[in-house]
Design a protein around this ligand. Sequence first.
Ligand SMILES: Nc1ncnc2c1ncn2[C@@H]1O[C@H](COP(=O)(O)OP(=O)(O)OP(=O)(O)O)[C@@H](O)[C@H]1O
Ligand SMILES: [Mg+2]
Length: 315
Amino acid sequence: MDTTKKILEVKHLKQYFNVGKKDEVHAVDDVSFDIYEGETFGLVGESGSGKTTTGRAIIRLQDPTSGNVNFEGRDIASIKKRSDIMEFRREMQMIFQDPYASLNPRMKIKDIIAEGIDIHHLAKNKQDRSEQVEELLETVGLNKDHSSRYPNEFSGGQRQRIGIARALAVQPKFIIADEPISALDVSIQAQVVNLMKKLQEEKGLTYLFIAHDLSMVKYISDRIGVMHYGKMLEIGPAEEVYNHPLHAYTASLVSAVPEPDPEFERNRRQVPYDAAREFDDKERRMVEITPNHFVKAADDEIEEYRQRAEAYKIK
Ligand SMILES: Nc1ncnc2c1ncn2[C@@H]1O[C@H](COP(=O)(O)OP(=O)(O)OP(=O)(O)O)[C@@H](O)[C@H]1O
Ligand SMILES: [Mg+2]
């Protein structure tokens, strides 16, 4: 895994909706972050914080209001040649939250999985296509004899495996997984996450993994970014962000994660968070407080964050 090469750079991304109207919303408001080749970048935040909108702008399902997204060193807005657009669409894939809504109920599994193979002409002939589909089914832990079945014959977890097989079919480099496990039973969630981890290692994939829930994100991610009201508030190595949160909002998210230890649960104190502070008119930027651990801070807040980081060291 080459964790020094940037595969994705998001620079000052803004996505505003209903501009100039009463219901104008700044869904993504000046967000910047990088993702390194082979890593999993976890994007967390509560409902409405702008996670999906960020993902959709990265994969170019919508044009951003302003800002840039560079994929493999190239601004995706500048990709104009049809063959280059096709290549971009193949290299970057998305896995969706709802495995029920994202699979066409009238299509057989083999045709759902082979859609990308057909579009990108990745099969030599019919037999090659079937063989690829069968191999993909096996890769994601499904029975290859089930390729003629329809989505309604599968459970939620199996459908998400089909969604993963569909994404893998075109041999992508980068996968945006938008809450891929939140619609699944808790007992199934870890299986799907473990499958994604295994596939990442085997195929050298890079993931943008979007979720509400910090506990699973911490487990799968190398680094985590925390979003709130369209802004990125903190970015750092997963363990750092989880164990040594700098921003008060991150601390409140961490304190809401349930722990299996009953003693801990009895003594739990949920940290409240007052968002008012984000809406003052201070200029804030991402400041590196400890190595690779950034927090959005105004100049007169930096010292406080430095002290917080110091206090963690002493503990
Ligand atoms: N096409 C759109 N038109 C208008 N507003 C939109 C549009 N898409 C998203 N929004 C708004 O942008 C904000 C961010 O939405 P987004 O779906 O990105 O949040 P999210 O973090 O993915 O939330 P969730 O966890 O619920 O999926 C919300 O206020 C949402 O209502
Ligand atoms: Mg979303």
